[in-house]
Design a protein around this ligand. Structure first.
Ligand code: IPE
Ligand code: IPE
Ligand code: MG
Length: 246
């Protein structure tokens, strides 16, 4: 039986989030510049998006560029932004063909204008697609997102359209960039790093975390299946005891 066939469709995560890490190290292993790794990472994105859509995942979030990544060498940042514009432009037709809706979370206004415009256009052109939502986290960091949410909530309290005592989990969730997106059941990070790097801190509260040593440009459909199978073998207790679950 193939890995894909072993996946239980009844226990499929509705939302998978991925920290695509290891492009630079992959390039270095080949004796190439870091950007070569980013370019090859696009193949993994294509493969993963296709695999997720095929098996019926409804939301796939990819961490593509963090707020902290702006501090990388200027030439890498520029090259990454160019790659982004080029990829979004080149992939829109495929997204439509596969009925995949594109969305983005993060401080999008901080992106270079060509990148921002390309992104908005692709979001607009794919907005009626319904098979899967692909969420790109761009210029994203969770602390930035939480600060924004707190500011918006505080403003409503100041304007007296919300009372402080009414604030609950739902209020916070609705003020995050992910307001209309369910929390990920599964978070995958490649490249052997065991950290969250400012990604979806609120939303990952009860997610299953899966780490693989594979570097992102080597990540393929089979690796996604393996992560899902691992997830399906876990017991999600949400604070309860095992006995309570049966
Ligand atoms: C992930 O790969 C891609 C981005 C953060 C944009 P890295 O560029 O972080 O690769 P490593 O971690 O240095 O190998
Ligand atoms: C996290 O990777 C951000 C993205 C994958 C976009 P980094 O490579 O930037 O994370 P750290 O710095 O190793 O934690
Ligand atoms: Mg990295």
């Amino acid at each position: 039986m193939s890995l894909k066939e072993k996946i239980n469709p009844a226990k499929l995560p509705e939302h998978i989030a991925i920290i695509m890490d290891g492009n630079g190290r992959w390039a270095k292993q080949q004796g190439e510049e870091r950007i070569f790794g980013h370019e090859n990472g696009v193949k993994s994105v294509r493969d993963t998006v296709e695999a997720a859509a095929e098996i019926g995942v409804k939301y796939l979030t990819l961490y593509a560029f963090s707020t902290e990544n702006w501090n990388r060498p200027q030439e890498e940042v520029i090259a990454l932004m160019q790659l982004l514009v080029h990829t979004i432009n080149a992939e829109t037709a495929t997204l439509n063909k596969n009925s995949i809706r594109l969305q983005a979370i993060g401080d999008l206004k901080s992106l270079p204008s060509d990148c921002y415009n390309e992104l908005q256009e692709a979001i607009e052109n794919t907005k009626h697609n319904s098979r899967m939502t692909l969420v790109l986290a761009l210029s994203y960091s969770s602390r930035w997102e939480i600060i924004n949410a707190v500011k918006e909530i505080a403003k409503k309290v100041e304007e007296k359209t919300l009372s402080a005592s009414e604030i609950n989990e739902d209020t916070i969730a609705k003020h995050l960039c992910t307001a209309n997106i369910p929390d990920p059941e599964l978070m995958i990070r490649t490249s052997g790093e065991h950290r969250i790097s400012n990604f979806l801190l609120w939303q990952l509260a009860y997610s299953e975390l899966y780490f693989t040593d594979k570097l992102w440009p080597d990540f393929r459909k089979e690796d996604l299946y393996e992560a899902i199978l691992d997830y399906q073998n876990r017991e999600r207790r949400f604070g309860k005891t095992s006995e309570q679950l049966v």
